[in-house]
Design a protein around this ligand. Sequence first.
Ligand code: SAH
Length: 244
Amino acid sequence: MTQKFLIPEIHMPPSRYSIQGQDARHIAKVLRLTVTDQIQVTNGEGMDFTAQITAVSRDRVELDIIEVHSSSTESSIAITLCSGMLKDKKMDLVIKHVTQLGICRWIPFFCRRSIPTPDRKRMENRSQRWKSIAQESLKQCQRSRVPEIVPPLNFEQVLDHAVDHDLKIAFWEEETQRLNTLKKAPAGNRIMVLVGPEGGFTKTELSLAKEKGFSSFSLGPRILRAETASICACTLIQHLLGDM
Ligand code: SAH
């Protein structure tokens, strides 16, 4: 099995569904699947299904949804990653990779040293694009839950989300404390992570975060590009506390 299909509106078995458009052509022409073959489907909200193909035409594939099963690809920890706003391509890269790293929620934010806030229309387009990148990434890595993408916030609004988390980590390039000094897992599994924009956090922003219960950590002695830092932060946290 090389791919999982995403059908948000899928119903519990026994039920039927027909796939049309690009996914249908992919099944028929690229994967060359036919009647009697089965495919794996997710609703993108944590549930997986086995579906039996019952008919294939050029633009349409009919499915019998025969089985529901719980996901084996979702992490035991729920990471909320907050990334300081970067230019388009870099943000696209972040959401593509951190989806594969199993994050649960992504909050892009504007702060003192991030790029200027674009107009609303442009921001909406970007959010839409991030959503479809996350969906594509989900299919490829066979996750079962599309990360929630929160519309961009300012730094103070981001900090308001902290109360819902059990462990709060801010990555700061002037810190020396390494993540492996985290001795034990937090009581709950909700972890909030702050990574600054290219210009980094100001001292004031960092102390505001500390007031809200964040501890600062280092990602080593080298200064990473902001997008690398987001990817690296999720990898290390999944390794230390999650399932990598
Ligand atoms: N402008 C800053 C670097 C910012 S790097 C400077 O030139 O000094 C962008 C973000 O990545 C930072 O805000 C931080 O959250 C993270 N980051 C990059 N390298 C890091 C490191 N070595 N340790 C901790 N965080 C780091």
